[in-house]
Design a protein around this ligand. Structure first.
Ligand code: HRO
Length: 314
């Protein structure tokens, strides 16, 4: 029998647990339609602000064989564009998630109130972790502020709703954040956003590789997989069952998906590899995951989700 890789986030059903990360190749109509036509299990938009944004000056994206660095600065078409596009995306018969990243709490509340009138958006991912807007801190590194934001936005949300988190590195921080998240009716968290404010060096030129912020930017790809897996694992252990964990970070093949699911992910998002390979990556990664599950005699992802073993002491 062919293994089943479907999943459910809140009440939203996905045929495949593999889809795109908010960010790469999901800002324009053409890009969103391409994800719709692909084997991705869902479509998520580039994080949206209320108004159109040009983003940071170029060059603002760079990749090498180990991963990527970006300081895009939230280039997007503005909320109305994504709400208007949502109707045409229903032809693909897969969920459409809207990512929002308002530059203030008021902006996020205003955008969420607008979503209430839209019947085509399946769910909302509130980005609390953009590392690249000058002068704006990553909200989810400020625990009190995160609670303040969730208090407000959870009063407005009317459908599947979750937050995109930055990576944490200290076990106490996982506990503090999980304690906050467990107080709210969230359907999911997505972890992780890029690791903020790294640098990649061009040895020949003896220079950084992107322009904004003197070369500092969010790191993605292979560089961040161990950190992503640790965040998925720790939050799965600490969060109530109603909150699904969506894994993001370093996924480029079927075994990467398998690792994220073993750590507790209910679904996974592909970022850097989507930029490299285009939307055909979804079919390839899906086939690789199915082959691996066949080898291991797993008929669906729930049979191994979160079941990562530990090593006994000698
Ligand atoms: O647009 C960006 O610079 C950006 C965003 Cl919003 C984000 O959430 N994560 C990232 O790596 N880049």
């Amino acid at each position: 029998m062919k293994p089943n890789i479907s999943t459910t986030i809140g009440t939203v059903e996905l045929r495949s647990c593999i889809y795109n990360a908010s960010g790469p190749l999901c800002a324009t109509k053409e890009e969103l339609n391409n994800i719709g036509k692909s084997k991705a299990g869902a479509i998520i938009s580039k994080s949206s602000t209320e108004q159109y944004r040009e983003g940071n000056p170029k060059p603002r994206y760079f990749e090498n064989e180990l991963g990527s660095i970006n300081s895009m600065g939230l280039p997007n078409m503005g909320l109305d564009f994504y709400l208007n596009t949502s109707e045409e995306l229903i032809q693909y018969e897969k969920p459409f998630f809207l990512s929002i990243a308002g530059l203030s709490l008021e902006e996020n509340k205003k955008m969420l109130s607008k979503v209430v009138d839209n019947e085509f958006v399946s769910g909302v991912e509130l980005n609390l972790s953009c590392p690249n807007v000058l002068g704006k801190p990553q909200t989810a590194y400020d625990f009190e502020r995160t609670k303040f934001v969730l208090d407000d936005v959870c009063k407005i949300k009317d459908r599947c709703f979750g937050v995109k988190l930055p990576p944490y590195f200290d076990l106490i921080h996982f506990e503090q954040m999980a304690e906050i998240l467990n107080q709210y009716p969230l359907d999911f968290i997505t972890c992780i956003n890029s690791i903020g404010n790294g640098i990649i060096v061009d040895i020949e030129k003896e220079e950084v590789v992107i322009h904004p912020k003197g070369g500092f930017g969010g790191i993605g790809g292979d560089y961040i997989k161990p950190t992503a897996l640790a965040n998925v694992r720790k939050f799965r252990q600490l969060l109530k069952n109603e909150i699904s964990v969506i894994g993001c970070g370093g996924i480029k093949n079927g075994s990467d998906v398998f690792e994220h699911i073993l750590c507790g992910a209910s679904a996974v998002q592909v970022g850097t590899q989507l930029m490299r390979e285009g939307v055909s990556c979804f079919e390839r990664i899906e086939n690789e995951l199915i082959e691996l599950m066949k080898l291991k005699d797993y008929l669906d992802i729930n049979t191994y989700k979160g079941k990562l073993g530990v090593v006994n002491s000698m």
